[in-house]
Design a protein around this ligand. Structure first.
Ligand code: ADP
Ligand code: MG
Length: 324
């Protein structure tokens, strides 16, 4: 199959243009998009390289859902609505079966989240996949990292640490049971928290998606906002599957420092907590208060044993204590 045939077959009609802004999609030299009135364009790009970001032989379905899930999560972190995306594929060969298995879940996910594939590039070489997503926010309403203030509450969506446990079970090639199936899904099919984060615009003072671990990502908010924070270890949301798989200590460690949860960490000024929690009462994704922004610089974690400073490189002291 040549490049044009391949594009036509798998990528010419993929996803959904929920914002109705795409004038011209795949097929011409460029795509054409008309920005909705009063909106700002936000965009982000992510690349997965075989051998670096996923193991050789990873099923194409899993690559597709991780790639688009991770990129859409960046839009979520800004409180943006998805609009359209482009896809750069570098493939060692044009394997129709691989492409079909890659395109199908990509299309399903793009439909579900209302984002349309409008173009891309296809080249031959070591397997590398890049997605650039574009979304819309009301002018001036994007959730940024630099607005957290002392006294703001720190919240997270969903549960933390599952993805790290899913990766662990893949690396150890553990036999499947219900818990492991759930944890692995959390690893390779992250659910971008788009709807939840959109409810936070105009309310949250800062937000970030958790891709490198809660403490590392929260640190980005603290740096950008020139503040410190305290995290309550006993308040971290842990799934029952993670608790059973890893035990309490390891679960807390992975909730703090495991990567790729793609939950949203956000801060709420005191006056906004009630309104946000009310708006989320019937929402499908739970949110949890896990700490507080402080005026003093630095990040500390706290449990019944006391407070402990987190170093710049993560939660080293804690992991040493609890390494099993
Ligand atoms: P050009 O040589 O003009 O850059 P290409 O031959 O690279 O064009 O691509 C032809 C059309 O197919 C363009 O509209 C481009 O956006 C689209 N396209 C190429 N590769 C992909 C891909 N992997 N996914 C989606 N669209 C693609
Ligand atoms: Mg051209």
């Amino acid at each position: 199959m040549d490049e044009f045939e391949l594009i036509r077959q798998y990528f010419s009609d993929l996803g959904q243009d929920s914002s109705g802004c795409v004038e011209l999609g795949v097929g011409d030299d460029c795509a054409i998009v008309s920005p909705p009135a009063g909106q700002q364009l936000v965009f982000s790009i992510d690349t997965l390289v075989e051998g670096t970001h996923f193991l050789p032989g990873t099923p194409p379905q899993q690559i597709a859902t991780r790639l688009l899930g991770a990129t859409l999560s960046d839009l979520a972190a800004m409180g943006a609505r998805p609009g359209f995306f482009t896809l750069a594929l570098t493939l060692p060969e044009s394997d129709p079966e691989w492409l079909a298995e890659f395109a199908r879940p990509l299309a399903q996910m793009a439909e579900r989240h209302g984002v349309r594939l409008v173009g891309g590039d296809t080249t031959k070489g070591p397997l590398t996949l890049t997605v650039q997503v574009h979304g819309w926010v009301d002018r001036g309403c994007a959730l940024r990292r630099d607005g957290a203030r002392p006294g703001d509450a720190i919240y997270v969506t969903g549960t933390l640490g599952d993805s790290r446990a899913g990766l662990e079970s893949l690396l150890r090639n553990l036999p499947h049971d219900d818990d492991i199936a759930y944890l692995q899904r959390r690893f390779y099919a992250p659910e971008p928290r788009l709807a939840t984060a959109q409810l936070l615009t105009g309310q949250a003072s800062a937000a970030i998606d958790v891709s490198d671990g809660l403490l590392a990502d929260l640190q980005h908010i603290l740096t950008a906002s020139h503040v410190g924070a305290c995290i309550e270890l006993d308040e971290l949301p842990l799934s029952p599957a993670l608790r059973r798989f890893a035990g309490e200590q390891k679960a807390i460690e992975w909730a703090c420092s495991g990567g790729e949860d793609f939950e949203i960490c956000f801060t709420l000024p005191p006056g906004h907590e009630e309104a946000v929690l009310d708006s989320l009462v019937h929402h499908e994704v739970p949110v949890w208060k896990v700490g507080e922004i402080r005026a003093s610089s630095g990040l500390v974690v706290r449990n019944s044993a006391g407070e402990q400073a987190v170093s710049a490189r993560g939660f080293n002291h804690f992991s040493e204590q609890t390494e099993s």
